[in-house]
Design a protein around this ligand. Structure first.
Ligand SMILES: Nc1ncnc2c1ncn2[C@@H]1O[C@H](COP(=O)(O)OP(=O)(O)OP(=O)(O)O)[C@@H](O)[C@H]1O
Length: 508
């Protein structure tokens, strides 16, 4: 298949507002390509190829050569070229990348160039979001979306699942099982304003667990090796030897466990989130870091034990299985109750111990991998949102030379675009200001000498606020009151940021 076919579909999809129309265009192209081509096409069209993976900066993309009149580049050739560009490293790699990107653009038609530039800049948001693409794959392969979703949960990579569905239909999809060593997308929690509401949502009796303020870890152990993954499925095994050792000490050969890792103070209270996050992120001199800032892991769920997948079991059974292999000291504090007063006291206790609140969990629900399942409901004492930085203004006075006032956006789940909800420069420490200036300059998509610097919408920031009010000044008709920065969330992708409907639900 030629690149132009994908470029045309991309344009068609972006011009088609209706979801069903988008699905139709995507399914049409997927049904007439080879599975290998489908894998690449799905990756590109659903934006699974963020610019940062390829490592091409904005400046590289400025001098676009004259386009060709006739399309000749095949999708496979383009994919090989992108892999070569991605593989450049070390001295001179920027120049090499630039030459390679230019070569790629020189062989492309105007429509292909537009597609490639948007792809390389991570701005291909034509609405072929995961949900739309899943429907398109199902339609093209003649299977149900539920079958595609199930396989995706276990495989974690839609292009591969799509290729399998197109090649082998429902049988190929059913062949996906949880594989020890390959991470699955973790289950996420819904929210409730208080403990009573959480219990009503879940039904009683329910389990309540402390919501530990650390980094999510999924631990895979096979025999005497173990691997650790984050919620974005990044492999952090080398950074967290404490977790590896804890997993290897368990009396089980094959296990996949879900939990949270934390840096604790000597008195057992958690260090601030930034300290845990920077310890986990740091790759240098881990041996020294673990002496000064040791990590402790707490487990709260089991996905696989002794060769058996547990995902479909009810919560109570999964927790019982977890208790069989994990000692009480490594289990997240938990209470099973049907009594609201008792549950509220447990919540108070979690907060007094320096944790974020509680997660109320259904005793009956399965593990809803990759979804904000109804079986988990979090309760926190204050309102926060995870928003995406869309642009930033240069500071004045004491903040001269620093990127300061952040333009914040929530995700529109229908379009995949980000909608601005407000600005803030409050809550930023000097350290955060310095960090965000460097990071946001890397993400800049336009001139960096203008007052407002637009950036690729990738950086997620946790914002505290006093409420959501109606505001004609902002595109969603609402704005945050007294927004202030709590912290950056490097563990979250922009696609996981809070959505416009979530924010709207908080409007008084
Ligand atoms: N006992 C627990 N059970 C489940 N998740 C827990 C628990 N303790 C801490 N967590 C953390 O809470 C998160 C679940 O909340 P959610 O799915 O909303 O993720 P989140 O958006 O990162 O939440 P938040 O921003 O409130 O931390 C998990 O990803 C995990 O990191």
């Amino acid at each position: 298949m030629l690149l132009i076919d994908v470029a045309r579909v991309s344009e068609l999809v972006s011009r088609t507002p209706a979801r069903l129309g988008k699905v139709g265009h995507l399914a049409e192209i997927l049904s007439r390509v080879t599975p290998a081509e489908a894998e690449i096409a799905i990756a590109y069209l659903s934006g699974e190829l963020p610019q940062r993976q390829i490592g091409v900066g904005w400046r590289t993309l400025q001098d676009v050569p004259e386009p060709r009149q006739i399309a000749t580049a095949t999708l496979t050739q383009v994919d090989e070229a992108l892999s070569t560009i991605k593989a450049q490293s070390g001295a001179g790699s920027q120049t090499a990348r630039k030459t390679l990107v230019n070569g790629l653009l020189r062989g492309a038609t105007r429509q292909e160039q537009v597609f490639l530039l948007r792809l390389l800049q991570g701005e291909l948001r034509q609405g072929a979001l995961e949900g739309v693409m899943i429907e398109a794959v199902a339609k093209a392969a003649g299977v149900t979306t539920a079958e595609v979703r199930r396989a995706l949960t276990l495989r974690g990579w839609l292009p591969a699942v799509g290729a399998a569905a197109l090649a082998g239909g429902v049988d190929a999809l059913r062949a996906f099982t949880l594989e020890v060593g390959r991470p699955v997308s973790p289950m996420l929690a819904q929210s409730a304003p208080n403990v009573a509401a959480a219990l009503t949502k879940i039904g009683v009796p329910a389990a309540l667990e402390w919501k530990l303020d650390g980094i999510r870890v999924q631990v895979h152990r096979s025999g005497d090796t173990a691997a650790v993954f984050t919620r974005t499925l990044d492999d952090i095994t080398a950074q967290v030897p404490e977790v590896v050792e804890a997993a290897l000490a368990l009396p089980a050969g094959d296990i996949v466990l879900d939990g949270e890792v934390l840096a604790l103070r000597p008195d057992g209270r958690p260090e601030p989130f930034q300290i845990t996050a920077s310890r986990v992120a740091s790759r240098t001199d881990v041996a020294t870091a673990r002496k000064t800032r040791p990590l402790t892991v707490f487990f709260f769920d089991a996905l696989h034990i002794h060769g058996r997948d547990l995902l479909d079991l009810p919560g109570a059974e999964r927790f019982a299985a977890l208790g069989d292999v994990v000692p009480p000291s490594l289990l997240t504090p938990r209470l099973v109750t049907g009594d609201t007063a008792e549950a509220e006291a447990f919540f108070g206790d979690a907060v007094r111990h320096g944790h974020e609140g509680v997660v109320a969990k259904s005793l009956a629900a399965p593990y809803a991998a990759g979804r904000r399942g109804a079986g988990w409901v979090k309760v926190k004492p204050r309102h926060t949102l995870d928003l995406v930085v869309l642009a930033v203004e240069w500071g004045h006075g004491r903040r001269q030379g620093k990127l300061s006032n952040l333009h914040l956006g929530a995700r529109d789940p229908e379009t995949g675009e980000f909608v601005m909800l407000g600005k803030t420069f409050k809550g930023l420490t000097d350290e955060l200001l310095a960090w965000q200036t460097t990071r946001l300059l890397e993400l800049a998509t336009g001139p960096t000498d203008s007052w407002v610097v637009t950036v690729r919408p990738e950086l997620v920031v946790e914002i505290a606020f006093d409420g959501v009010q109606r505001s004609p000044r902002y595109p969603a008709g609402m704005a945050l009151r007294f927004a202030r920065v709590l912290r950056y969330r490097p563990d979250k992708r922009a696609e996981e940021a809070d959505t416009v409907p979530t924010v709207r639900a908080l409007m008084l």
